[in-house]
Design a protein. Structure first.
Length: 199
């Protein structure tokens, strides 16, 4: 995709945030995407959901250090385009809690999405993935719901698996946005600004 096509996908996601029942249909059983990380980046990753013209959900993953206005002309080379797909979770690759969160998503997203759409922050616009969780080059990410003390009972989550036997998956680290920590934090998600998406 071109950068303009990616931005159109982000705008489409923004529209579907207001149509959670339709969004739930697009997710169906799709919960997995794969992305790469380079140690030389040394920063968190931003993952933006988007929807293409065919109704497919994508995640656009970019190192935080390049998610800035000064890289506007070169953004496309730093964005990895990751198609969300159906992938059953194998017990051998994740601990019980990670599997529980992934199953929460598969079972609860049809009711959680409409409930979350009614909250102050609405449905997530992006995720911030901490660099501490990115210790190998190729990673698998699973859409998940973590139990939370809020009106919906859950918060959006991604479970990141490094694919290394016996290391399990990471959790309690990925942060959905909104909410943003500050205006500076919000500004660091430049692709939202570039797409003309506010919160």
């Amino acid at each position: 995709m071109t950068l303009d096509e990616i931005l159109d996908c982000l705008r489409s996601w923004e529209e579907y945030r207001q149509k959670p029942d339709e969004l739930s249909v697009l997710f169906d059983k799709k919960n997995t995407f794969y992305f790469r990380y380079q140690d030389t980046w040394g920063c968190n990753m931003h993952a933006y959901p988007g929807i293409d013209d065919e109704g497919k959900i994508w995640y656009f993953v970019i190192p935080k250090i390049y998610d800035k206005v000064e890289y506007r002309d070169d953004l496309l080379q730093y964005i990895e385009q990751c198609l969300l797909q159906e992938q059953p979770l194998g017990e051998e690759i994740s601990p019980t809690e990670a599997e529980h969160r992934i199953n929460n998503w598969l079972e609860e997203h049809p009711t959680w999405l409409p409930a979350q759409a009614e909250t102050q922050n609405g449905i997530f616009q992006a995720f911030d993935i901490p660099k501490e969780d990115l210790n190998v080059e190729e990673l698998t990410s699973y859409q998940a719901l973590a139990t939370a003390d809020n009106p919906t009972g859950y918060r959006a989550d991604l479970v990141i698996d490094d694919g290394i036997a016996n290391t399990g998956a990471y959790y309690d680290t990925v942060r959905p946005v909104p909410p943003f920590k500050s205006s500076l934090d919000q500004a660091s998600f430049y692709l939202l600004t570039l797409a003309g998406i506010g919160v």
